[in-house]
Design a protein around this ligand. Structure first.
Ligand SMILES: *Cc1c(COP(=O)(O)O)cnc(C)c1O
Length: 494
C-alpha cells in the first residue's frame, strides 16, 4: 500500500513520498507528515543479522513507498559506502555508564552526514520519477553542520544547485572553514549578519514567496530544502535508532523487547523526532531525553507546556544547538494534537505573531514519553573534562550537553534503563572548546594545533575532514544582511 504525506496545517493535502522530498516544505508553510506511521516490518532481533544498509532499506522502504526496491537500494548503496570511515557506519562506544551512538563517522564529521549522504540521491531519483525538468535549487539555513554536509552531498550533482546561509558569527571556526572552502561548482555559501533563527526564517520566507517561485519556474528552477524540515532527511535518521538497538541486542547487552533510553542533544528537533518515530514504529523505547544547551526553550516547553521564544539568543560552545525556533517541533505538536491540522496551525500562528503558544492539558499528557534537561556552559565543559579523566574518551560539546543532561536525569530518577546518547559531532570539529574543557593550556594555539592535541590525548587519528581544510583556499566570501537574503538568491540564479 502506498503511504501518502499530508501537511501539518491542512489535511486535504496528499503527496507521495517523492513529491514531498522534492518540495521540502508544504505550500501552506506546514511540514509534510506521513498520513499514518508505519510499523517496523520485522523485529529488532531480525535486524541483528543485517548490516547498516540492509537495516536502512528495511526501515526506509516503509516510508518511501513510491520508490522501487532497485531505486531505494541504489540510493542507500551510494550513500553509506567508504565515505564513512567505519564499516559499522554507526559504532557504539560504552563509556561512563552509557552507550555513545557515534553518528559522526561520515565525510563532514557530524551527524548531519547520516541523512545528507543520501538526500541528494533521494532527491535526484524523485526528480526523475516525477519528470522534473527544472534544475533543483537547494536552499539551506545552517547552524553549522547542515551546511557543509549538504554542500558535500550536493556538490557537482547534475541538475542541482545549492545555496547555504549561515550565521556569520554563530558557527565554530572549523565549521566556517569547512563551508567557505567548498569547491563544488554549483555551490554558494553566504554569511548572514544574524543568528540561525534569522537564517531559517529567511529561507522559509523565500520558500513561501509564490511570486518568486513563479518567476523562477519560468527560468527553469524550483526550490527544495536540505534542512530537517524535509522528510527526506527525517526518514534516514530513523534508521540508526533501530540499528543501534539491534547492535545492543546482538551484543547481549539487552534482551529482546527490553526498553532503552535515548538522550539526544537537540536544536531543530529533527534528530529526536526521528527517535520518536522509531518508537512509534514499535522500537522498545522507555524515555526520549531531550537535551538543550543554554538556549533552553525546549526544556521549558516540556516542563510547562508553554513554548516561548521571547528571550535572548545565546551563543554557546554548542553552536549547532543555538536555536530558539525548533522547526520540527511542529510535527510533534501536530501528532500530540491528535493529527489535528487546525489546532496545530493556530498554535503556529500564535508562535509567529506573539513568539509563543501554550498546549492543552490533554496534549501535554501525550508528552509523557519525553524528559527534558539542559546543561549550562560550565556543566558542559565539566562533563567533557570528567569523562576524559574517567575513561580517556573525548566527546564534543554537543554530545557533552546530552551527557550532562543525562547525569541530571539519573540523579533525579535513578532510572537504570540501558541508555544510548546520540553523539552528534566529532570533537575535532570543536577543538578549541573541547581542549579548553580538558584544560591543557590552549592559549596561542590554533584549531589545527588543538586538533593534534585531541588526537594524541584521545588516541584517535585526525579525520581527513580536518586535514583537507588546513591549507584550502577560501572561495566563498560573500556576506549579507538578513533582509538581503532574497536578493542573494536572485543573484545566484541570474
Ligand atoms: C544539528 C545538530 C544538533 C541538533 O540536531 P537537531 O536535529 O537540529 O535537533 C546537535 N548536534 C550537532 C553536532 C548538530 O550538528
Amino acid at each position: 500500500m502506498e503511504l501518502k504525506y499530508t501537511s501539518t496545517r491542512d489535511n486535504r493535502i496528499r503527496c507521495t513520498a517523492s513529491e514531498a522530498i522534492l518540495k521540502g516544505l508544504c505550500d501552506d508553510g506546514g511540514l509534510f507528515v506521513p498520513v499514518e506511521l508505519p510499523k517496523l516490518p520485522v523485529s529488532p532481533a531480525d535486524i541483528c543479522a543485517m548490516d547498516y544498509r540492509e537495516c536502512a532499506y528495511t526501515v526506509m522502504k516503509e516510508f518511501l513507498t513510491d520508490f522501487t526496491e532497485e531505486e531505494l537500494r541504489s540510493c542507500i548503496e551510494r550513500a553509506y559506502d567508504e565515505k564513512f570511515d567505519t564499516k559499522d557506519i554507526v559504532p557504539l562506544r560504552h563509556s561512563g555508564g552509557a552507550f555513545y551512538m557515534e553518528l559522526f563517522h561520515g565525510k563532514t564529521i557530524a551527524f548531519k552526514d547520516m541523512a545528507l549522504s543520501i538526500l541528494p540521491h533521494l532527491m535526484t531519483t524523485a526528480a526523475k520519477k516525477n519528470n522534473v525538468k527544472n534544475e533543483i535549487v537547494i536552499l539551506t539555513a545552517t547552524s553549522g553542520d547542515t551546511g557543509k554536509a549538504a554542500l558535500a552531498g550536493f556538490a557537482d550533482v547534475e541538475g542541482t544547485r545549492i545555496l547555504v546561509f549561515y550565521p556569520k558569527d554563530g558557527v565554530s571556526p572549523i565549521q566556517k572553514l569547512q563551508m567557505v572552502t567548498e569547491k563544488g561548482k554549483n555551490t554558494r555559501v553566504i554569511g548572514v549578519d544574524g543568528n540561525f533563527d534569522d537564517c531559517q526564517t529567511g529561507v522559509k520566507a523565500i520558500f513561501s514567496d509564490k511570486e518568486l517561485a513563479g518567476r523562477l519556474a519560468g527560468k527553469g528552477y524550483q526550490f527544495s530544502s536540505a534542512n530537517s524540515i524535509n522528510i527526506g532527511r527525517l526518514v534516514p535518521q530513523i534508521v540508526y535508532y533501530v540499528y543501534a538497538y539491534s547492535r545492543l541486542l546482538k551484543d547481549k547487552v539487552i534482551k529482546d523487547g527490553e526498553k532503552v533510553n535515548f538522550v539526544v542533544p537537540t536544536g531543530n528537533f529533527g534528530n529526536i523526532l526521528a527517535a520518536f518515530y522509531a518508537k512509534k514504529m514499535g522500537l522498545p523505547v522507555n524515555k526520549l531525553i531531550c537535551a538543550s544547551n543554554e538556549n533552553k526553550v525546549l526544556f521549558d516547553f516540556f516542563r510547562t507546556g508553554e513554548y516561548d521564544r521571547n528571550r535572548d539568543f545565546i551563543l554557546t560552545s554548542s553552536p549547532s544547538m543555538d536555536i530558539l525556533i525548533s522547526s520540527n517541533l511542529e510535527r510533534l505538536i501536530y501528532h500530540i494534537a491528535g493529527n489535528d491540522p487546525e489546532k496545530n496551525a493556530s498554535l503556529m500562528a500564535a508562535l509567529k505573531s506573539d513568539g509563543k503558544y501554550e498546549i492543552s492539558p490533554s496534549m501535554k499528557e501525550r508528552l509523557k514519553g519525553f524528559e527534558a534537561y539542559y546543561a549550562s556552559e560550565k556543566e558542559t565543559a565539566e562533563k567533557i573534562g570528567s569523562l576524559y579523566e574517567e575513561s580517556g574518551y573525548i566527546i564534543d560539546t554537543h554530545t557533552a550537553v546530552a551527557a550532562a543532561a543525562y547525569d541530571k536525569y539519573l540523579s533525579d530518577t535513578g532510572d537504570d534503563t540501558v541508555t544510548l546518547i546520540a553523539s552528534t559531532a566529532s570533537p575535532f570539529k570543536f577543538a578549541g572548546s573541547v581542549m579548553s574543557a580538558i584544560d591543557r593550556g590552549i592559549e596561542g594555539k590554533n584549531e589545527f594545533e588543538l586538533a593534534e592535541e585531541i588526537s594524541s590525548l584521545g588516541g584517535v587519528k585526525i579525520p581527513p575532514a580536518i586535514e583537507e581544510i588546513k591549507n584550502a583556499e577560501i572561495i566563498h566570501k560573500t556576506e549579507c544582511k538578513i533582509d538581503g537574503m532574497m536578493e542573494e538568491v536572485e543573484r545566484f540564479l541570474s
